[in-house]
Design a protein around this ligand. Structure first.
Ligand code: ZN
Length: 327
């Protein structure tokens, strides 16, 4: 082989080597580049989805806030309308209610001898409903009517047309109308005796204006044994007794005051299992839009109590022995 041929063959081998390297490089690039791009895309998608979740949460929080602001606005506009009609405004305390006053309790003269016989029963049970009126007030009243039972409603200051009708219904259907503070805001009513008195007067005057009843029973929001108030609860109790108002706590709790919605079975058990231990049982229930199962449990609670020996269900009256957590 000549030198020229040898050189030409070496050069060809080198070219073949270069082409091989090129093919390998291109193959490597063709595999790795899309792989890297895929990884980058995946990371991006996951971070976008996280951001989307957090944005959805923010939107939900905002819409909750808007809703609560709307409710506040509705309350304020209702108050404005009432104030415009010359009704009590906050700041007026101890204002005397003038005009005819209906009895706060059902008329005892309307009670038959059968009813009076019932009052001598060994176990007296008082069903009490806090926080109303609500969308369920009507249902509760219908159930009570169905069993010819009278109860006690500790209401708050709700002023829509429906609330006013519900308050009138409570009174007209023979139940006891009790007070549970106008605002139900612990930080306001328990701030001082003056603030408490202001809230108390506002509710009492409002209830009188709507129903003609000068209520004289009160239930403290959270009960008299609440640990929220910085002021001694006895100071508020003294104020109530100066107003000839008695307060009632409870010795049986349905347990429906918590955040969790209790089952009908649990509510029935809570309301009825201890009745035979007491001569006077004051049962705490709630008349509130969030307490559907309380309404569902009510007929069973009533039926179970009525089936107990020597036991009657009564509304709170002047004669009712108070159940109080503080003395
Ligand atoms: Zn309450």
């Amino acid at each position: 082989m000549s030198d020229d041929n040898i050189q030409a063959s070496a050069a060809r081998r080198q070219r073949v080597q270069r082409i091989k390297k090129c093919i390998i490089l291109m193959f490597f690039l063709a595999v790795t580049v899309p792989l890297v791009l895929c990884v980058i895309l995946l990371v991006k998608v996951s971070s976008i989805s996280e951001r989307l979740d957090s944005l959805t949460l923010q939107v939900k929080n905002l819409s909750d806030m808007v809703q609560s602001q709307q409710e506040l606005l509705n309350d304020l506009s209702a108050e404005t309308v009432i104030t415009g009609q010359g009704l009590p405004v906050s700041g007026e305390t101890g204002r005397e209610i003038s005009g005819p006053v209906k009895e706060a309790f059902p008329d005892p003269e309307k009670q038959s001898t059968e009813d009076i016989a019932e009052i001598t029963a060994g176990h007296k049970v008082y069903l009490t409903f806090d926080d109303g009126p609500s969308v369920y007030t009507d249902d509760i009243l219908d159930i009570l009517d169905q069993y010819d039972i009278k109860a006690t409603f500790f209401v708050v200051g709700k002023e829509t047309e429906t609330d006013r009708e519900a308050l009138l219904d409570i009174v007209n259907r023979g139940h006891t109308l009790g007070m549970h503070s106008y605002s139900h805001k612990y930080s306001e009513i328990y701030h001082s005796v003056e603030d408490f008195a202001c809230d108390f007067t506002k509710l009492r005057d409002y209830l009188y204006e709507v129903t003609g009843v000068k209520s004289n029973v009160y239930r403290f929001p959270g009960g008299s044994s609440n640990t929220v108030s910085n002021v001694d609860m006895k100071d508020f109790a003294d104020y109530l007794s100066e107003q000839d108002v008695r307060f009632f706590d409870w010795n049986i709790s349905s347990g429906d005051g918590g955040k969790e919605l209790l089952s009908v079975e649990r509510l029935v058990e809570n309301c009825t299992s201890d009745i035979e231990k007491h001569e006077t049982s004051v049962i705490l229930l709630h008349d509130s839009a969030a307490k559907r199962t309380t309404v569902e449990a009510l007929p069973i609670i009533i039926e179970n109590i009525l089936a107990m020996e020597d036991t009657v269900i009564l509304p709170i009256t002047e004669e009712t022995e108070p159940v109080q957590h503080i003395h």
